[in-house]
Each structure stands twice: as C-alpha cells, then as structure tokens.
Design a protein around this ligand. Sequence first.
Ligand code: MN3
Ligand code: FE
Length: 299
Amino acid sequence: MTHDMFITTSRGLQRNTPPMRLYEKAKKFGIWNPSDIDFTQDKLDWRSLSDAERDVLLRLTAMFQAGEEAVTLDLLPLIMVIAQEGRIEEEMYLTTFLFEEAKHTDFFNRFLTEVAAVNLDLRHYHGPDYHTVFYEALPTALQRLQQDSSPAAQVQAAVTYNMIVEGVLAETGYHAYSQALQRNNLLPGQQQGITLLKQDESRHIAYGVFLISRLMAADPTLWDVVEATMNDLLMPALAVVGDVFEQYDPMPFGLQQDDFIDYATNQFNKRIERIEKARGASLEEVYRVTQQAIEAGDS
Ligand code: MN3
Ligand code: FE
C-alpha cells in the first residue's frame, strides 16, 4: 500500500484528542526505568518469609510475569491495523504502550531472578482458567486482526486485551497485591514498581475504552460484540482469581478474595458504562467524554 498523503503535512496533528493526550502523559509518566528500582530491602524481606508466603508471591508473580510477556507479544497486530488506517495520533500513543509492556516484562523478570532467585520453570502456577485467557483467548483475538481487520474484530481484540486482561486481571491483581505488601510493610521495591506500572496500565485501558467507543460511535451494533466477548471471558477471568485463593488455607498476608473481586467489578462496571454510552453517541461526544476522563486521571 502506498501513501497518498501525510497528516503532518496536510491537516496537522490533532493534539487536543484522547490519543495525543495519552501520548503526552506517557512521555511524562511512562519513562521510569525498571533497572533503577532498588531491591536491596526486598531481598532481605524475601528471606524472612514463610514457605506459604513465598509460594503465594511466586504464584502471583508467575501470573503477572507471563501476562506481561503475553501483552507484549500480542499487541503488534492491533498497532499494525491502526497504522494501516493512517491514524498517526493513535499510533504515536501505541508506541509508548508497547514500550511500557516491555518494561513491565523487564520489571517482573528482575524480581524473579534477583529477589526470588528461583528456577524460572513456573508453569505449574498457571491453572486451566489462566490458560483459557492468556494462552488461548488473548493471542487468538489479536492474531485474528492479521486476517480480519474489521471493526468487529477490533472490538473483540480490545475487549479481550484492554477490558478483560488489563482491566479485570492486571489492574486488579496489582491493586490487591500492592495493598497486601503495604499493609505488611514488605518488599518496598516491588511496591514502588507496581505503583508505577499501575499508572501505565490505566493509560492502556483508557486507550482501549476510547478505541471501543470510537468504533461503536460509527456502528452501534458492535455492542453485541462487546457483550459476547465479555460473556465468554468474564467468568474465566474471575475464576483466575478464585483459583489462587483455593490453593491456600489460611491465605497469607491477609489477602482477601473480596478485595480482588470487588475492585475488579467496580473498575469493570465503570468502564463498561462509558462504553455503553458510546452506543448511539456522536464521534465528537466520544472524544469529549474520553478526554474529560483522561484529564481527570479517571481512566
Ligand atoms: Mn502491563
Ligand atoms: Fe498494559
């Protein structure tokens, strides 16, 4: 495919739009360096933990680590579609998105090799529901875009990636995990990294909500794809959380299943309401509402 025009030399970049606002935020807040996190105290803390405490942290970290690798590996087909559609502002933002997922992969790898210092064969920590979401649904939905870049395929990919994997699982997992570490005053390096990583993640999800809303403003019947994808994946996603809690009695660190489920449900509902409003909204309205949420830091 050849180019018949360039946006920067015709209408110019639209800086006051959701993707460019997210890009500005990413250039400011997304530039932290995982190599700078100081794990000195974390290494001492790790030695003082009980076997069960170490096991639950390893299980959660094995899930986060593979999850970050999966989102790093699987994002490219979506970036390719956005680039082929000539959406330069969105692609500029997406360059930061992929960089950040790589850094998250880098961050958890440092924790596993330097703090936990374990043999990296952690596959036994990935249960059947984890397999359904990360080994199957995520790569399938994103790789579909290589043959089918239709709006319906894009919505399915974004709901799977941004709403389920990032919105329900990653963000919730980080929230509850860092709360538990804070309460017990443990692993300060890990706490710091996760705080930074959660900020990145909220921009990723904001982009996903924007993308789904933009597509739905153009075709309200895409709501059916949103619902069908959620119906397929919401149960296995929540079961990933349940699977963790089933392994321990008592659960270390005062981790509560309700904390995970409540936070996940609230975040998910808030975003799904925004997406549902895009059904029948104009594109201008979607830009305005998304922009407000981004400025309010409420992504
Ligand atoms: Mn991430
Ligand atoms: Fe992400």
